[in-house]
Design a protein around this ligand. Structure first.
Ligand code: NAD
Length: 421
């Protein structure tokens, strides 16, 4: 157990809340600041909005006096460590660092000599040293890297992954100066099994973008291959399965209905924006991957249209049940989910679309389609069932036995009337 320290975490979402709970667990006193008042009230009432954190954990942390959530910056005291875990979205395709700026404005006046500020939000190389640190300097009247420490440590969270948890997953750490790196390392060494120090904050920022761009590009590769293999009448799933037996030099990625979440549709564009802006050249892999992956929902709609057509049905007037709307299986995360453009595409063609997903609550995704339970009646009524997210706790026997035409974008189902992406 490390000495209890005052930790401020700005942003209590998918990244900030698990970090807060782990910091509490390792003996810190933690305040979680969030601009979302409803989220804060929920947390103080012992309710977690993040699937990987239980209500019991939050309740115990609050009851034990080790954790407090607040939306009031005026209630904050100076801290030993502050971690920024706020969103970094795109606005019209351009990085929007407004949330990081807002966080720096709140943290800056609380900075004291010897404290540590770490940025965890995913962002382009240069953000920590050329944007965050000067803002903190201006707000505090102190000098980052000399009077206080500043670092960057990307998050590698994989929601729903019970093997590679926050604690088990190695964490890349960096600092503005060697002393800052020591401070960042000291903080995270107590939270995770292994830290991986790198020489500059820019290397750490690029590491995160490399990891997500690698995934984005490889998914684009198999997505494009899936489209071509289908046209060639070859089973791409079987080919990828077979290639996966190669013990070296091949990493398995699977095609799907498109990418979603806070990472893949956004992070690679942070990298390409910076490269274009600073070097005046195009990041061709990112552009191509964005292009291919963003076309997958439209491809799914076309395939469903063709499937219905072969059954002498028009999409117009057909009832289509979309199964799964989270962007990722076994999670409630529906941000940037491909289910959204798929539903809209089907509706535009005149389909009567209904959706089923027990993981995603109505306030997590504002879909224009009616939500239904997965019943015999719904399955038999549907002219087409489109499996978009293959959560494990779905009654797939019901779907395969009673579905008339099932389009499976995940290679989950087998049987008559089932078509694969
Ligand atoms: N979700 C993931 O799996 C994941 C993984 C790795 C990295 N990241 C990165 O981590 C960052 C946070 O992502 P997330 O998934 O936790 O987002 P999130 O939307 O789940 O949570 C962010 C929280 O920050 C709050 N917030 C926004 N502005 C704020 C401000 N000025 N002050 C206080 N709170 C503020 C929001 O209300 C929200 O609750 C992003 O940069 C993201 O790319 C996310």
């Amino acid at each position: 157990m490390v000495t209890a320290r005052h930790v401020l975490i700005v942003g209590q979402g998918y990244v900030g809340l698990p970090l807060a709970m782990r910091a509490v667990e390792t003996g810190h006193d933690v305040v979680g600041l969030d601009v979302d008042g409803a989220r804060v009230a929920g947390l103080m009432a012992g309710s977690s909005h993040v699937a990987d954190v239980t209500d019991d954990e939050v309740r115990a942390a609050v009851a034990g006096g080790r954790y407090r959530a607040t939306d009031d910056p005026a209630s904050l005291d100076p801290f030993d460590v502050a971690v920024i875990t706020v969103p970094t979205p795109l606005a019209d395709g351009v990085p929007d660092l407004g949330h990081i700026d807002d966080a720096a404005e709140v943290i800056g006046p609380l900075v004291r000599p010897g404290c540590l500020v770490v940025l965890e939000s995913t962002t382009y190389p240069g953000t920590t040293d050329e944007r965050l640190a000067p803002m903190l300097d201006a707000q505090s009247g102190l000098k980052a890297g000399i009077d206080f420490h500043v670092g960057y440590s990307p998050e590698r969270l994989d929601p729903g992954n019970n093997e590679w948890t926050f604690t088990r997953t190695p964490k890349v750490v960096s600092g503005l100066t060697p002393e800052s790196l020591t401070a960042v390392r000291g903080f995270y060494d107590a939270l995770v099994d292994r830290t991986v120090p790198v020489s500059t904050t820019r290397v750490a920022e690029l590491t995160k973008l490399l990891e997500n761009t690698f995934r984005h590009v490889n998914i684009a590769l198999v997505n494009e291959l899936a489209v071509h293999a289908r046209a060639l009448d070859i089973d791409v799933w079987e080919a990828i399965e077979a290639a996966g037996t190669k013990p070296f030099g091949f990493t398995q990625f699977w095609p799907g209905p498109g990418v979603g979440g806070h990472c893949l549709p956004i992070d690679p564009s942070y990298l390409s924006w910076r490269i274009e802006r600073q070097l005046g050249v195009t990041s061709r892999f990112v552009v191509t991957a964005n292009d291919i992956n963003s076309q997958m929902p439209g491809y799914v709609v076309r395939r469903v249209q063709q499937g219905l057509n072969r059954r002498r049905k028009a999409v117009n007037g057909s009832r289509v049940l979309v199964l799964g709307i989270a962007y990722k299986k076994n999670t409630n995360d529906a941000r940037e989910t491909p289910a959204d453009p798929i539903v809209r595409g089907l509706l535009e063609l005149g389909a009567e679309v209904v959706v089923h997903d027990d993981h995603v609550g109505p306030n997590q995704l504002d879909l224009v389609a009616e939500r239904v339970a997965l019943t015999d009646r719904e399955v038999t009524r549907a002219d087409a069932i489109v499996l978009v997210t293959d959560h494990d706790d779905v009654d797939y026997d019901l779907v395969t036995q009673h579905g008339r035409y099932v389009f499976d974008t995940r290679n989950r189902l087998r049987g008559d009337g089932i078509e694969l992406l």
